[in-house]
Design a protein. Structure first.
Length: 180
């Protein structure tokens, strides 16, 4: 009783006029067709964190856009995306990262959007952060300052209003001496 129409099926007469077009060279880049819903290229998997083992002693600065896990000793500044300081690690220098997780020892300033001191953390220095978590048992000696952008090197707290200078005190004027 009902029959299936062949108008919308692939290979029907409607598609024959597209087959008559000349084929593009094989090496030419192909633009995706409007109805081409093929899977986009899969994004590259994030590489694992670089690990500095506990027998490693580094003197100098470390800078990366990736993640670092330090188990050894670093005498210098570290800048990274995610920085994890292991329980056996000692850092002597400034630490700057989006996320900082401290399980070991830092002697120096810590700057991070998110800073977490675990129960085994030992920090001697100032912490400048956007958010901070300090677990019970962590040892911390220094000051804590919240900033909206702690990764910038600015010394003033974000949103801090500079203190106006004291108004100048008028100097007492002496009456002119009469001419003699």
């Amino acid at each position: 009783m009902f029959s299936k129409s062949k108008i919308n099926e692939p290979g029907s007469k409607a598609d024959d006029n597209t087959a008559a077009k000349p084929a593009a060279p094989a090496d030419a880049p192909r633009a995706p067709a409007a109805g081409d819903f093929s899977k986009p290229a899969t994004p590259k998997a994030k590489p694992p964190a670089s690990v500095l083992s506990n027998d490693l002693h580094i003197t100098g600065n470390i800078r990366t856009t990736g993640d670092i896990q330090v188990e050894g000793t670093v005498e210098g500044d570290i800048r990274a995306h995610l920085l994890t300081i292991g329980e056996s690690a000692t850092i002597k220098g400034e630490v700057i990262a989006d996320d900082v997780v401290v399980n070991g020892r830092i002697v120096g300033r810590v700057r991070g959007l998110k800073v977490r001191l675990t129960a085994t953390a030992r920090v001697e220095g100032d912490i400048i952060h956007k958010t901070i978590a300090i677990e019970s048992g962590a040892h911390f000696e220094g000051s804590v300052q919240r900033q909206d952008d702690p990764l910038s090197g600015g010394k003033a707290a974000a949103g801090a209003v500079p203190r106006p200078a004291a108004p100048a005190q008028p100097q007492p004027q002496q009456a002119p001496k009469p001419a003699q």
